[in-house]
Design a binder for this molecule. Sequence first.
Ligand code: SAM
Length: 243
Amino acid sequence: MYKEKIMNRGKLFIVATPIGNLGDITYRAVETLKLVDFILCEDTRVTKILLDHFQISKQFVVVNAHNESKIIEKVFERLESGESCALVSDAGTPCISDPGVRLVNKFIEYGIEIVGIPGANAAIMALSISGLPTDSFVFEGFLPQKKGRQKKLKQLAQEERTIVLYESTYRIKKLLEELNEYMPERQIVVSRELTKKFEENWRGRPQEILTDFDKKIIKGEFVVTIAPLNWKERESENHSEPY
Ligand code: SAM
């Protein structure tokens, strides 16, 4: 049944892969990666490790921020000729702070069927374990590195929804220092290396997390989840369930 579905021609499968722990791949993801004709990926070395683990061998086409527009027509020709393909990223859900958005957008315009194969996503995992309100949240991904960064931080300091940010090893300390400057009273959760061996979650105000920061293991990938403005005050006013 599933095979028949996939054999319908010309589909693009958006396949989520693990964010660290290979055990988090889904059955559908493995089945789909086995059955498609070729795979669009960011970095062939990263995707090869994943595919080797599941004993899958496929042709790769690299898609990244630099070539995305250029490869669209070539991939479209292959889908039109009856091949099916999967888009994966290095980790997690494709198109979420990862390449593929332009491709998906164009293929929708071309009438290609887009099929999502859901799975891991660092932002949603961090939010789900944060203990912060999830009824309404804003995902900002990576903050701009230079131009517009201060303006964005000022704007986020007034945000009445939970905020989810991505950050790298290189800038996590800088981000925490900025949060301490722009929203020192806010409860935050810093989630490091989710699903991996050295996963850690630090909870508290930015200054509390910055204390002894240099002694903490600060290598890795990070999600920072930030409580809404006046969260506790508003919660005690309406006593409603936070979802
Ligand atoms: N598409 C991915 C997803 O679905 O989560 C996100 C890709 S984005 C290029 C990479 C960023 O996601 C990292 O810099 C980090 O902020 C976050 N991230 C990815 N994996 C993570 C993990 N295991 N633990 C914490 N953060 C992670």
